[in-house]
Design a protein around this ligand. Structure first.
Ligand code: MN
Length: 237
């Protein structure tokens, strides 16, 4: 089954991620869904997901997508994800993928060849995206073991009206699900003190990023608590 690998890696009593048991509530012939999740885990990366055959074909893109056709972004093909993963945003407290997930882009996609399964087997799939941030024509091409990684592909933007020399991850860094939320706000919406001990990354750039996000999340949540405090009850005389 397509979702076996996905389920094997996760403990759904500890992770808020969808188990994939819910039926895919989609009308036949409805446009295909795509999303990109920005995922701060042991390393920051972006997960590109394309709906196909009721699941989400998935690639982890360490540097994120680039709309500059000169860039070839490494994209590691990973396990299929359930369809309802496509709207997931939140905090994975521990275990596989522990960290913060932001829904960074979403929309629809169209294959640019007739046989998607054959394209996947061949290791070259051309497609159009229609998201908030990513649009136009793209290709994912398998490197066939380049750098010793059998699952490595490259994500490349084709030259069109939606291409340009802009760093889209810098230009548009925030959530498309929770208006303008960043990682700190997503963490503050859960249990922000979760990682005062033992964050998913402790050292290097990612460790520093977690530290900063945690400090801001605690500030946001403290401010929210003050704002939400009910007025003091009147003293009885
Ligand atoms: Mn991920």
């Amino acid at each position: 089954m397509a979702l076996d690998d996905y389920r094997k890696k996760r403990d759904f009593t500890k992770s808020p991620e969808p188990s994939g048991d819910a039926p895919v509530g989609k009308k036949a012939g409805a446009p295909l869904f795509f999303c990109v999740q920005k995922h701060l885990a042991s390393h920051l990366h972006y997960d590109l997901r394309l709906e196909w055959n009721g699941v989400l074909l998935s690639w982890a893109v360490p540097k994120g997508p680039s709309i500059d056709p000169k860039d070839k972004r490494l994209a590691m093909h990973v396990e299929d994800h359930p369809f309802d993963y496509g709207t997931f945003e939140g905090v994975i407290p521990e275990g596989y993928g522990a960290g913060i997930v932001m829904l960074w882009d979403r929309g629809t996609w169209e294959p640019e060849q007739d046989d998607v399964d054959a394209a996947m087997r061949k290791g070259e799939i051309k497609f159009r995206l229609n998201g908030y941030k990513l649009k136009g024509s793209w290709v994912l091409v398998k490197t066939h073991g380049f750098a010793g990684a059998p699952n490595s592909w490259l994500l490349i933007k084709h030259r069109d009206d939606w291409a340009g020399p802009i760093d889209i991850t810098e230009f548009a860094p925030l959530s498309v699900k929770t208006p303008d939320a960043d990682f700190a706000e997503i963490l503050a919406g859960g249990t922000p003190d979760l990682w005062t001990r033992n964050p998913p990354a402790k050292t290097g750039d990612t460790g520093a990023m977690f530290k900063k996000i945690l400090a801001r999340a605690l500030e946001i949540s403290a401010a929210n608590k003050v704002a939400a405090k009910p007025p003091k009850a009147k003293r009885r005389s």
